[in-house]
Design a protein around this ligand. Structure first.
Ligand SMILES: [Mg+2]
Length: 295
C-alpha cells in the first residue's frame, strides 16, 4: 500500500452532475475512494457561487465533501492573491456575489463594479471619462473579473479605468461560454475579453487550463499538484490544467468531450486514462492507485 492515498481533483459539472442530475454512480465511487484514504478536492471554473453553496448539493448526491474541499475559481483567485500578491488589499470585482464573498473571506476589502457604476450614475464623480472609474471605485489595488450577469457598459468603464490606472488585473477563468440547462450563455471569458480589449492589458487567469486553480486546490490539503489525478470532462480545460501542473488525468465521457475528441488530440494533451462511466472510473482509479511495480 502507498503511504498516502491519491489526491483526486474532481471537476463538478459533467463529472459529478450534469445540470441538476447526478451522473450515475460517480458519488459512490468517490465515497469509496475517500473511505480508502484518498484526498478529494472539488475544482470548478464556475465563478458565481460561494463554496458553501455547493456543499448541500454535493453531499445530497452522496459524495464526501466539506466546504474547505471546494476550490472554485473565485476561491482559488482569493487564495492566489493572498499567496502571490501581498501588496493587494482592496479589490474591485466584476462578478456575482460568490466572488465578493470569497474575496472578503480571504480578508480583502471589496468594491463592486456595480456600486462604483451607481456612484458615477448618481453624479458622485464628474463625467464618465478621464479615468474617473478608478476614483469612483476608491482606487483599488486589483481588479478581479468573473461572470457578471449584470455586466454593462459602465461596469466595463470602471474596470477598464482601474486596469489602465495600474490595478493588477486577474480573471477567475476564460471560459468563453457557460452552459445552462436551457441555453449556452456568454461566460466569464467574454467579459474578461471586453476589459482586455478596452484596456489593452492581458489578465492573469486563475481557472483551468492555467495551473493556478489546481495548485491552490492541492495546497488546501497540503499536497503537491503534480501528485494529483485530475478527473474532468473537458479536454481543453481539465486535461489542459493537469498537463500544466504535471498531474495525471482521467477524462470522463459523461460531459462535453467524446472519445473521438480525446483520441484526436495531440499526444501531449491526451488524458492519462479515459472513463466512459462510473464503473470504468473506479477501475481506472484502482489501477492508478496501485504502487508502481519495481523494475
Ligand atoms: Mg466540467
Amino acid at each position: 500500500m502507498p503511504a498516502t492515498g491519491l489526491l483526486l481533483l474532481v471537476d463538478l459539472d459533467g463529472v459529478l452532475y450534469r445540470g441538476a442530475s447526478p451522473v450515475p454512480g460517480v458519488a459512490e465511487v468517490l465515497a469509496g475512494r475517500a473511505r480508502a484514504g484518498d484526498d478529494i478536492v472539488y475544482v470548478t471554473n464556475n465563478s458565481m457561487w460561494y463554496r458553501a453553496e455547493y456543499v448541500d448539493r454535493i453531499a445530497g448526491m452522496g459524495a464526501p465533501v466539506t466546504a474547505d474541499r471546494i476550490v472554485s475559481s473565485p476561491r482559488a483567485t482569493a487564495l492566489y492573491l493572498v499567496d502571490h500578491a501581498p501588496s493587494v488589499s482592496h479589490v474591485l470585482t466584476v462578478g456575482a456575489s460568490g466572488l465578493d464573498r470569497e474575496l472578503e473571506d480571504a480578508g480583502f476589502r471589496v468594491t463592486r463594479a456595480g456600486d462604483a457604476a451607481e456612484h458615477i450614475r448618481g453624479g458622485g464623480v464628474e463625467g464618465t471619462d478621464g479615468g474617473n472609474g478608478w476614483d469612483a471605485a476608491g482606487r483599488p489595488d486589483a481588479v478581479v473579473v468573473g461572470l457578471d450577469p449584470k455586466f454593462d457598459y459602465l461596469r466595463l468603464t470602471v474596470a477598464t479605468d482601474c486596469v489602465r490606472a495600474g490595478a493588477r488585473f486577474v480573471a477567475t477563468n476564460r471560459d468563453p461560454v457557460y452552459p445552462t440547462e436551457r441555453a449556452v450563455r456568454p461566460g466569464a471569458g467574454a467579459i474578461v475579453a471586453a476589459v482586455e480589449a478596452a484596456s489593452g492589458i492581458t489578465a492573469t487567469s486563475i481557472g483551468k487550463p492555467e495551473p493556478y486553480l489546481l495548485e491552490e486546490a492541492a495546497r488546501t490539503v497540503g499536497r503537491e499538484p503534480a501528485e494529483a489525478v485530475m478527473i474532468g470532462d473537458n479536454l481543453g480545460t481539465d486535461v489542459g490544467a493537469a498537463v500544466a501542473v504535471g498531474a495525471r488525468s482521467v477524462l470522463m465521457l459523461t460531459g462535453v468531450t467524446t472519445r473521438a475528441d480525446a483520441e484526436s488530440a495531440p499526444v501531449e494533451h491526451r488524458p492519462t486514462a479515459i472513463a466512459a462511466d462510473a464503473a470504468e472510473l473506479a477501475r481506472v482509479l484502482e489501477a492508478l492507485g496501485r504502487p508502481a511495480r519495481p523494475t
